[in-house]
Design a protein around this ligand. Structure first.
Ligand code: SAH
Ligand code: SF4
Ligand code: F3S
Length: 477
């Protein structure tokens, strides 16, 4: 497939990592025989689903190298934090957690500690880790994730901190192992990176430029998932609507959705994230025509005021956003809508904020992810001046939550008495005597069930609607 830039990592590079994985595996097998114990890895991921999907690759590599997994840091031989830097609080949590490992490392000198992911693509962070967190053994970024075996082997042999960061537009890496968290639904990255440079956002700086995987590789991955018994896929990208822009073949996201829809064995298709500037009528039509594409759309609007949207470099107006929503609701009447919103962007006034509230009331989202603006080093918005005080921002944030909570509950209550299709995922974490799954619209449903239902579609009559979940009883259909 032709592209406007070469993005595939060379076969040799991947081969090299595979050889190292085999070497580590041999070494681990010998150690295991000697000690009679498995080596245990603990991985924690922060941030978006793309990062979770990266963590599944790390787990895949670790499994290939002979590691087993634990949820208990105390008993781990290797601890990996896959980090996020989209807001300051995500970074602070990582520093807190890495700092807390100092004592564990002092007690267990053989413990290996690695930090990787988006945060590590920033020079000032790596510097801070190097100077203040000397107990860390490995530091690598998003662009060197595929080199994890090589980095790990070095860390096993040497006592200094192995640092491997690459500043690049990024590669596509196929054919590396993966060990997924779930057995029923799976994430499939269809593209990497972002070209949008919203003025507040760090993602384009740490994830590189947009690059779309070849459609055939994506379809092959989904077919493989279907053959392993997976029933649902979520197609991932920072802006899936621009899928294919870098491919010279004439293919767009709507075409890809159609192709995935044709794969036998998969019952449900979701995707995230969409950018309003790139949502086409063709995509809306395709969503309504493709049976497996779920009635759910996450479409971040970020702010309701045109003045703020312009400063954010979002490239659409509130009118355009509302127009898209109108079309989507018309084409898919029972669609569940969700969005991301930032409160307190520099220069946002109380009047601007009223526009955000107004948009939220007009659209009536099923759910909303709300964030207080957090300045990110090196982004254009970092230099912009605030109008509101932190207290005013906090008050607006709370008002937004109150308005949305009322809408969310009202939307959920509309399910009372309805029989809904649920894909069963397993035992509920919050109510261990119940099973849990989701509706096509993405709502969590808890009900009395059994192990045999896992991975199957059942029908549940809803008799209780809460803010975060629905519950009911299984009915025969
Ligand atoms: N690519 C996706 C998601 C990016 S990050 C998209 O464009 O929708 C997820 C969300 O984090 C964003 O939608 C935005 O609402 C929020 N976010 C990003 N940068 C932020 C910042 N500096 N401060 C506060 N929230 C931010
Ligand atoms: Fe960030 Fe904007 Fe790209 Fe989303 S589209 S990742 S908010 S720059
Ligand atoms: Fe965070 Fe990186 Fe995702 S910054 S939101 S983990 S792309």
């Amino acid at each position: 497939m032709k592209r406007n830039r070469e993005v595939y990592l060379s076969e040799e590079q991947i081969q090299k990592q595979k050889e190292i994985m085999a070497r580590i595996r041999e070494r681990m097998d010998i150690e295991k025989q000697r000690s009679g114990k498995d080596k245990l890895a603990f991985i924690q991921s922060y941030g978006c689903q793309q990062n979770e999907n990266d963590a599944e690759r790390l787990r895949g590599m670790l499994r290939e190298m002979g590691y087993s997994f634990t949820n208990n840091k105390e008993e781990a031989d290797l601890i990996l934090y896959n980090t996020c830097c989209v807001r300051e609080n995500a970074e602070l949590r990582v520093f807190g957690n890495v700092g807390a490992l100092k004592h564990l490392k002092a007690r267990k000198p053989h413990l290996l500690i690695g930090v990787c992911g988006c945060m590590m693509q920033q020079e000032h962070i790596v510097k801070e880790i190097k100077t203040r967190y000397k107990h860390v053994d490995m530091v690598f970024g998003t662009h060197t994730l595929y080199k994890f075996p090589e980095i790990l082997e070095k860390a096993m042999n040497e006592s200094y901190t192995v640092i491997d960061i690459m500043n690049s537009d990024g590669y596509i890496i196929e054919d590396m192992p993966i060990y997924r968290v779930g057995r029923v639904k799976a994430w499939v990255s269809i593209m990497y990176g972002c070209n949008n440079f919203c003025s507040y956002c760090i993602v384009p700086y740490v994830r590189g430029r947009e690059r779309s995987r070849n459609p055939e590789d994506i379809l092959q991955e989904v077919r493989q998932l279907a053959s392993e018994g997976y029933k649902e896929v979520t197609l991932l990208g920072q802006n899936v609507n621009s899928y294919g822009n870098d491919l010279e073949d004439n293919i767009d996201f709507a075409d890809l959705l159609k192709m995935v829809n044709d794969i036998d064995g998969i019952h449900r298709i979701r995707f995230t994230t969409s950018h309003p500037k790139d949502i086409s009528d063709k995509l809306i039509r395709t969503m309504s025509e493709c049976k497996k594409v779920c009635e759910q759309l996450h479409l971040p609007f970020q702010a309701g005021s045109n003045r703020v949207l312009e400063k954010m470099n979002r490239k659409y107006t509130r009118e355009r956003y509302l127009e898209i929503i109108r079309k989507v609701k018309e084409a898919i009447p029972n669609i569940a809508l969700s969005s991301d919103v930032i409160v307190g962007f520099p220069g946002e006034t109380n009047e601007d904020f009223e526009d955000t509230l107004d948009l939220v009331r007009k659209v009536e989202f099923d759910s909303l992810f709300t964030f207080i603006y957090s300045p990110r080093k090196g982004t254009p918005a970092e230099k912009m001046e605030d109008v509101l005080t932190p207290q005013e921002k906090q008050r607006n944030f709370q008002r937004l939550l109150d308005v949305q909570n009322e809408i969310t509950l009202r939307k959920n209550q509309q399910y009372l008495g309805q029989e809904v299709e649920v894909l069963v995922e397993g035992v509920s974490k919050n109510e261990p005597d119940k099973f849990t799954g989701r509706t096509r619209t993405g709502k969590i449903v808890n009900f009395k069930g059994n192990e045999e239902m896992v991975g199957k579609l059942v029908y549940v009559k809803i008799n209780e609607a809460l803010m975060w979940s629905l519950s009911g009883e299984v009915v025969e259909k």
